[in-house]
Design a protein around this ligand. Sequence first.
Ligand SMILES: [Zn+2]
Length: 85
Amino acid sequence: MELSREQLLRMYPKLENPPVAVKHTELKRTGSSAYRSECPFCPEGVLLVRRDQKTMLLLREDNCIGCGQHVVYTDDSIAEESFSS
Ligand SMILES: [Zn+2]
């Protein structure tokens, strides 16, 4: 089943907000992962850090799984791993 834009925006209210540049090192880690961060834009959300599906390299673009906010990481690396670009 495909979700309509309205349904997506109900689930992820910040999905269409403009991207925000964030520093991964300045976000609060959550759980035991060196990658997962608390979302600074909503109370429960988590930023997981994405990978390129082919190369498995880290991607700078990410979306909160709670509110949908689009972020762009400005760090040189995360957990000593470089980005794909
Ligand atoms: Zn969020």
